[in-house]
Design a protein around this ligand. Structure first.
Ligand code: AMP
Ligand code: GLY
Length: 430
């Protein structure tokens, strides 16, 4: 029997999920709620978004949807998966309580401490005055984090103590990231090292690590300029050696998954660990309760197996029963280059028509994942900050990079900008 699926969200991650799910031999209709111009082509968009729980619930029952895959963290934090499960709908994604691993930095850091997961030393504060005193008495730079979700902006990495003091004020007094998000803060030691993203499918006690990837957070080449949601990725990241993967499984995933199960908040879905490889060893910067964006684009580009079967196995708690060959990876590396609208990550202008998508689609081993796009009157138009994730496979990382940029050069829209150095960090080390 064919299975209808709803992917909730409208970014590049969701387009990659729709694209890969639609290749499954079990796939019925793959819907995207609300989706973008890319998901409209590889699947079927629904005309409302995931914040309308009731409408989505009714839609799933009416269209006989066999699985809902929730992309964004804010909907998980609002309890969308609980709402749908209560109505008998199968969901890939953690409960609201388990999503606190991402939606509350205080919850997450306390759990890391409790589970003995290596992470930066920290303290939690709910008053600016005590936070001030603490920051002022440190002999090392700190990172100040708003407790709640703040669209990826609630983390201030401070180079010195005055900046740390200012960050406390910005979050707790000026409430720059919102009233709720800034009620409590985590102050932690600033770490140094290279960052790597490790994602793992988690279901019951089973943990299936996905290949390591590296993102590029800063908007401009050479890691300069403000931070973004992610400007490009590559997979597998050579820095993620087999030893590192094993270490991450043993000291990053197993203890936290077990601790969550013990505390009656079992995690089900994809757990994403942001790691920093420091001179003192691997440390967890954060856990996310969802697929990364643009990590998912490069991971799924390399997945040869049936994604729908994998996600169903997680949702039905039978991941541990899958045969060893249920997950097969293309040995070729993948590179994703994110093309953005003028002004991103700051203020954006209106929509612009995009040209060259058809030509790019003709290139072999290239897939252009849409993020902020919509179907305009005559053509596809930009509709947001991160517009496209141009992704390519190559026999080597250098070739994957070359092919991705070859496709990028065919695509144009007014004000388009992108980094030109995606994957260079890994290539330089060769
Ligand atoms: P988070 O949302 O906690 O991962 O933080 C977002 C980004 O801030 C990370 O990807 C790092 O680049 C940076 N960051 C977070 N915590 C630290 C830390 N303790 N030391 C240095 N950088 C950090
Ligand atoms: N690319 C980082 C994230 O998805 O949070």
């Amino acid at each position: 029997m064919k299975i209808n699926v709803v992917v909730v969200g409208k970014g590049g991650r969701e387009h990659a999920l729709v694209w890969k799910l639609s290749q499954s031999p079990q796939a019925g209709t793959i819907y995207c709620c609300p989706g973008n111009a890319g998901t409209a082509k590889d699947g079927v968009n629904v005309p409302f978004d995931g914040t309308d729980f009731e409408r989505l619930g009714r839609f799933c029952l009416k269209e006989n949807v066999g699985l809902v895959v929730i992309g964004p963290e804010d909907l998980l934090a609002l309890g969308l998966s609980d709402y749908l499960r209560e109505r008998g709908i199968l969901v890939f994604g953690p409960t609201k309580d388990a999503a606190r691993i991402e939606s509350s930095k205080v919850f997450s850091k306390n759990l890391m401490r409790h589970a003995d997961v290596p992470t930066a030393d920290f303290r939690v504060f709910d008053h600016p005055s005590s936070a001030h005193t603490y920051v002022g008495s440190r002999d090392y730079p700190v990172v100040v984090k708003a407790d709640g979700l703040a669209a990826g902006k609630g983390v201030v990495v401070c180079k010195d103590i005055p900046e740390g003091l200012k960050a406390v004020e910005r979050i707790m007094i000026d409430e720059e990231f919102g009233r709720v998000a800034g009620k409590q803060i985590v102050v932690e030691k600033k770490l140094d090292g290279e960052e790597v993203s490790m994602l793992a499918l988690v279901s019951g006690r089973t943990i299936l690590a996905l290949p390591p990837t590296q993102d590029h957070k800063a908007v401009f080449d050479g890691d300069t300029g403000p931070n973004t949601g992610g400007m490009g990725t590559y997979c597998p990241a050579p820095i993620g050696t087999p030893e590192l993967i094993l270490e991450a499984e043993e000291s990053v995933f197993v203890p936290i998954v077990h601790a969550m199960k013990r505390s009656r908040n079992p995690f089900s879905g994809v757990l994403f660990a942001g790691l920093m490889l420091t001179k003192q060893g691997t440390k967890v910067l954060e856990y996310n309760c969802r697929f990364g964006d643009p990590e998912t684009q490069v991971i799924l580009m390399r997945l040869k197996s049936d994604l729908l079967e994998l996600l169903l196995a997680v949702a039905q708690e039978r991941l541990g029963e899958l045969p060893d060959d249920a997950v097969i990876w293309d040995p070729r590396p993948a590179v994703c280059v994110v093309m953005c609208s003028a002004g991103y990550p700051g203020k954006l202008e209106g929509s612009k028509p995009i040209s060259g998508l058809e030509a790019a689609a003709l290139l072999p081993d290239v897939k252009v994942f849409h993020a902020g796009t919509k179907v305009g009157v005559k053509r596809i138009e930009t509709d947001g900050g991160r517009v496209l994730g141009v992704t390519a496979l190559g026999n080597t990382l250098a070739e994957a990079k070359m092919k991705a940029y070859e496709a990028v050069k065919l695509i144009t829209f007014q004000g388009a900008h992108y980094r030109t150095d995606i994957a260079d960090k890994a290539l330089r080390k060769k």
